[in-house]
Ligand binder design. Structure first.
Ligand code: ADP
Ligand code: MG
Length: 219
């Protein structure tokens, strides 16, 4: 599913250059559930953004699902991002003025699916995650755990092969965090590959493999 070879990335501003990823090598098999750990500022989000085709790297090779990403145009990157990937972030990033159906349906809009069909699929997805009764409610009416559930529904709606989650439980209390990680585990069991950034060892221990980043490399 994922093959990273000797990935380097620096952030360069006018006066400084910060070499964050210093030769990352990583293979992830289809169906795996892995966690990425490391100190704050060690480059976890940077790596996830590279994996998610959200950001570029300076050196190395990155193949996803057999596709070499090195030579892709911006449009091609967006195409593969929509086709293959789902994202979950620390704060659920739901759109406040859209109800849950509209929030969850959003990724389908970019695939040119009709509004009627989008709504049917979104309600189905909310139902699968136990949120059907909330379909026409707005994000500010939900608890933190429910919001993350909606964010996961939105990540799932376009049936991605891979879900990338950046500290998905970072703003939740520990019992809600366990509920969210259990949900991600269930989704993984149904076949979706999962990469989770977390600094909570209890969360990481729920995954098949823990990867630790130190000094820009995998320890
Ligand atoms: P983590 O997610 O492990 O906490 P990040 O990947 O967010 O770490 O950041 C790694 C380092 O890169 C940090 O020192 C951070 O300040 C810096 N950094 C992250 N994003 C940018 C950016 N867009 N421009 C400049 N520096 C950045
Ligand atoms: Mg981060």
């Amino acid at each position: 599913m994922i093959e990273l070879q000797n990935i380097h990335k620096s952030y360069i501003t006018q006066y400084t250059s910060l070499h964050v990823l210093r030769g990352i090598n990583l293979s992830i098999e289809n169906g795996e559930m892995i966690s990425i750990m490391g100190a704050s500022g060690s480059g976890k989000s940077t790596l996830l953004n590279v994996l998610g085709l959200l950001d570029r790297f300076d050196e190395g090779k990155y193949c996803i699902d057999g596709i070499s990403t090195n030579g892709l145009t911006m449009q091609q990157r967006a195409y593969y991002r929509n086709k293959l990937l789902g994202f979950v972030f620390q704060s659920s990033n739901l759109i406040a003025y859209k109800n849950l159906v509209e929030n969850v349906a959003l990724p389908l809009y970019y695939r040119g699916i009709s509004r009627k069909q989008r709504n049917i699929l979104a309600i189905e997805q909310l139902d699968m995650l136990g949120l059907k009764d909330w379909a026409t409610h707005f994000p500010n009416e939900l608890s933190g755990g429910q919001k993350q559930r909606v964010a996961i529904a939105r990540a799932l709606i376009a049936k991605p092969s891979l879900i990338l989650a950046d500290e998905p439980t970072g703003q939740l209390d520990s019992s809600t965090a366990i509920e969210v990680i259990n949900l991600l585990k269930e989704i993984n069991k149904k076949g979706t590959t999962m990469i989770i950034v977390t600094h909570e060892i209890g969360i990481a221990q729920q995954t098949n493999r823990i990867i630790k980043i130190t000094d820009g490399q995998i320890e």
